[in-house]
Write a protein of this length. Sequence first.
Length: 238
Amino acid sequence: MATVQVSDLRKSFGALEVVKGVSIDIRDGEFLILVGPSGCGKSTLLRMIAGLEDISAGRIDIGGRVVNTLSPKERNIAMVFQNYALYPQMTVAQNMGFSLEISGMKKAEIDKKVAEASEILGLTPLLQRKPSQLSGGQRQRVAMGRAIVRDPDVFLFDEPLSNLDAKLRVQMRAEIKALHQRLASTIVYVTHDQVEAMTMADRIVVMRGGCVEQIGTPLELYDRPDNMFVAGFLGSPS
Ligand code: ADP
Ligand code: MG
């Protein structure tokens, strides 16, 4: 587990500034959801935390350590993407163990980590299957398994459920919440789905146009939205 502090973070692509001075203090073990309309800078912000995108200005601390110039690997985070990015030629077990293998971990230890993660995710009977033999929900679990085996300090999710049908999405929300409770991990989770944000988050960050509009618990944002945008976006009557 770890805190994540984002301080006056900025990102420009050429002349276009897409993250405009964002500051967020994420607590140890918190489930924080970034929500906002498409194009408001959620993925860019997440990718900067992950180290997949250079920052233009500002500072990121993970676990009290400035990580601005650290590689993704050195940050001890794990990211789960919307398209799963599984290796089609590998089995479930190989997909889950691959990052450990390239980091030089011994096979027996990899097998143990994979067994633990697949137990948590209900993937044990599927370890020898290929991704093409899995359902959408099972693929999403494998993608989470790949993150869990690495014991990251922070999990980053970028719209992990957006490729699933409505019924499965509801089920996976509950599974991810249960996972959060079990691992007591710090999670930063991006979605454009208001219901997902309201039902899953400890706190929600509402973004618009590269800026933070408001940060608060689902109830706070619903009861006391700072402005019409937050009220409208989260479906509050006021
Ligand atoms: P969101 O995830 O909230 O939908 P993004 O962070 O993906 O938004 O994108 C924010 C803005 O930055 C968009 O206008 C997008 O077109 C732009 N953008 C994202 N990545 C790049 C890039 N590599 N080059 C240029 N513009 C980009
Ligand atoms: Mg995005």
